[in-house]
Ligand binder design. Structure first.
Ligand SMILES: [Zn+2]
Length: 190
């Protein structure tokens, strides 16, 4: 196959040299409500086209590479005493793989248990290009099927306005969970 970035022949969807040159994660932090932070790894312009691969059949391979370079490394350095549930925000199920589940899976470690299919959006309307007002008027309407009273890290692929993540956080808190922070691949404002 050819590398999606440099188009040279490669064994991977993103060749090893492009992985090193363009996809070394840069840690970024945004406060979306008081003392609640979303951490991300890539500037939006760097991964914009790749994130859209979730609509393609090869999207899972792209997400696996990016997750390995960023989320997996983060998990290695994660220091926490209690065990923590990693909850993937699942807001579209158009394909047989969930891109956020791939990200969550790469956080798996001794203290991080990844959970998929436990936080589902009833409303799967597309937010891309929509205003904050539109997003607030059309909430995701999440259903949480996980355990109550857990310590949780939320995972999504991108943060734009933060409404989705804050809505997910609220649902988890109603279930007695404490949400430490959220992790996303990319921040649209970064
Ligand atoms: Zn390449």
């Amino acid at each position: 196959m050819r590398c999606v970035t440099c188009e040279k022949l490669s064994f991977y969807m993103i060749c090893k040299s492009c992985q090193a040159r363009f996809f070394t994660p840069v840690f970024n932090k945004r406060e979306i409500s008081k003392n609640f932070f979303v951490y991300s790894f890539y500037e939006y312009d760097v991964v914009k086209d790749l994130l859209n691969s979730k609509y393609q059949f090869y999207g899972d391979r792209i997400y696996n590479i990016l997750a390995k370079l960023s989320f997996a490394k983060f998990a290695l350095n994660f220091d926490f005493i209690d065990s923590v549930d990693v909850v993937a925000i699942d807001d579209h199920t158009r394909h047989d793989f969930s891109h956020t589940a791939i990200l969550a899976k790469h956080l798996k470690s001794k203290l991080l248990n990844y959970k998929i299919d436990i936080l589902k959006a009833n409303n799967q309307i597309k937010y891309a290009g929509k205003t904050l007002k539109f997003r607030k008027e059309n909430p995701r309407d999440f259903v949480y099927k996980g355990l109550k009273n857990r310590i949780v890290i939320l995972v999504d692929d991108i943060i734009t306005t933060g409404t989705t993540i804050l809505e997910a956080k609220k649902v988890l808190e109603k279930n007695g969970c404490k949400v430490l922070f959220a992790l996303t691949l990319s921040d649209a404002k970064f």
